[in-house]
Design a protein around this ligand. Structure first.
Ligand code: ADP
Ligand code: MG
Length: 312
């Protein structure tokens, strides 16, 4: 390999907001057989918004008191909702209606200001939700399965609500304590505007969508002609297993953003992390797309092909 071609490639990449941490990208990308996309935060913006709360009046407050300790787009949206809820003051919310433009440590002020109850013994249930103890209650926030397993049954009226939210492509976040589900927070994510054009640039490869969600928001991707396979309801360690299976049969690219994606990004022949993602995802990746714009994917592949041609 001529160092000159590689450094030219690295410079061109940087100009497009693409940081290459492993030069093997110039060898692997042009040979890719499979491109695996994480859904949430990668094909979608990952900036979610609460659009509805059903069930107990305490649902949103309990959820927020637990999510204060979490770092997930779901947590951001629930905290955002309590910020607007109690005062109607949206001055701290970004104009695009996105998540509050504040540092995570600000959440402590927010909690005090909004009089959220104190939560202790916070736990993460990766790919499923979170839980914590509030007073005498163990409060669980997450997927219907998680709440059913950790707390208890979902009453018929809430189960019907969950099914309706699911059908409409929303994400139902169930909140439960004291032996049963108490409420449902509905969250809506948005697909990135450029997702279709981005996956079409890799349509010579097998295109796979991988997600922890199952429901209409995952199923929707099956209908697209450029998507070959959708794996829905995949637990976080399932992402790693799926990528390993593809790696065993061909050159596999993984595109992801979150902490949960880090092992899969590392296991892929080429890991591409979206820049809004966590440091762990970026560390595990060979390429980081800093501005989180999926159109950079086209640049990665075009650059890699062009650079390899110059190397050889
Ligand atoms: P994806 O694979 O699509 O990026 P994740 O693996 O991060 O999604 O999460 C899968 C599902 O787990 C989410 O759709 C949500 O239902 C649930 N979940 C994850 N984190 C949280 C949280 N902090 N609060 C509530 N639910 C959560
Ligand atoms: Mg994700």
């Amino acid at each position: 390999a001529t160092p000159l071609a590689i450094s030219a490639g690295l410079r061109d990449a940087l100009e497009r907001g693409v940081v290459v941490t492993n030069e093997s990208v110039f060898e692997t990308a042009p040979d890719a057989d499979v491109v695996v996309f994480d859904k949430t935060g990668t094909l979608t913006t990952g900036t979610m918004h609460v659009t509805d709360v059903a069930g107990s009046d305490e649902t949103l407050r309990m959820a927020a008191a637990v999510e204060r300790f979490a770092s997930h787009p779901v947590a951001e949206s629930i905290l955002e909702a309590t910020l607007t809820d109690s005062t109607g003051d949206r001055s701290r919310i970004t104009t695009d209606g996105g998540v509050p433009d504040v540092e995570p440590e600000f959440r402590d002020d927010t909690a005090a200001e909004r009089k959220l109850p104190d939560a202790e013994e916070f736990s993460r249930h990766p790919g499923e939700g979170v839980s914590a103890t509030i007073g005498s209650r163990r409060v669980v926030v997450g997927t219907p399965d998680l709440v059913e397993r950790e707390v208890g049954a979902i009453p018929q009226n809430l189960a019907a609500h969950v099914a309706a939210v699911d059908r409409q492509g929303g994400l139902p976040v169930v909140v439960g304590w004291d032996g049963r589900a108490r409420g449902v927070v509905t969250i809506q994510d948005r697909e990135r505007a450029e997702w279709e054009s981005a996956i079409e640039t890799v349509s010579d490869c097998e295109v796979v969508v991988l997600t922890g969600d199952d429901g209409a928001s995952a199923e929707r991707f099956r209908d697209h002609q450029a998507v070959d396979r959708v794996f829905a309801g995949v637990p976080p360690d399932g992402k790693l297993e799926t990528v390993r299976r593809f790696v065993a049969t061909g050159t596999t690219v993984m595109v992801g953003d979150g902490t949960n994606d880090a092992p899969a990004l590392a296991a892929a022949d080429l890991g591409i992390a979206m820049g809004d993602g966590t440091a762990r995802a970026a560390d595990a990746a060979d390429v980081v797309v800093t501005d989180s714009d999926l159109t950079a994917l086209e640049d990665v592949f075009a650059l890699a092909t062009g650079t390899r041609r110059r190397i050889r």
